[in-house]
Design a protein around this ligand. Sequence first.
Ligand SMILES: [Zn+2]
Length: 325
Amino acid sequence: MDFTKIIGHEKIIENLKNAIDNNQISHSYLFEGEESIGKKMVALSFAKTLLCKKQGLKPCNSCNSCLKFDNLNHPDFKLIEPEKNRISKKTIDKLIKSMSIAPLESKRKIVVIDNSHEMGLEAQNGLLKTLEEPPSYINIILITSSSNNLIPTIISRCQVVKFYPVENKKIEELLKLNYNKTLEEANFIAHFTQGSVGRSIILSKSEDFFSKREETLKIIDNIVNGDKLTIFNSIDFFLQNKDSIEEILDIILYWFRDLLIYKEVGKSALIINRDKISLLFNQSFLNTNKINDIIEKTIETKEDIKRNINYQLSIETMLLNMQEV
Ligand SMILES: [Zn+2]
């Protein structure tokens, strides 16, 4: 693990390297940005660099410190992650205690707290004291995709580094080169995940993502063409794929979004489902109001399912609404 494995975020990495070069490393950072875009990769590479015996602008990958870091047993590095969506006060108390002991092998002690917004108020207040007066050898990197859930006093103690989604072109290149995706597949995934490198890789590795997409598009096509039986026959598909329902609903959302674009401007670079132009053409008889209505209902269904409203009923209602009336 080092900076070379990271896709995008060049400016951020350059700034961090400059901070090392100018000896202006902050005691506490807040890496903020959407999920799975590479914040943790950058944090870990930065931490590894700071601990490396060579003390350069990137980890040497061969010293004792780098090897221990890669094996996750560096005594001066701690990665805190939520357990069951929670970072407890107890975990933070333990961490603070361990931070009061000077580093064993390096000049620094580095703590990365992933999904730091999962700390409750008590845990955050506990950490705040350390952020206000950190021991000189401590560097803390908080990572979050939802800084709204962090108390303002924590944020104000940190140097905030804002991460943005990675450009689609870069993700496409990665998926083509390292994950054997065709240009069309890579393009679809990169848009579908909205610049999330992590999710793009997961979908590229998933054996059935594209078959689920095919099945979903077939169901949509049957329904909008008036095949009433499909609604009831497809319930099994939705029940079997309950775990990936968010993904499937996104497939539906992007499909109808594409249909709107297709109706508006025809074949366009803005269309994500570029390999399905003829199918979009076949469905372009749907009127714009109807498509907007379907999109709205699909978003509602997504929210209902998150709130644990009856799964099967929500799906059936959504599919029934898709029918032209
Ligand atoms: Zn090293």
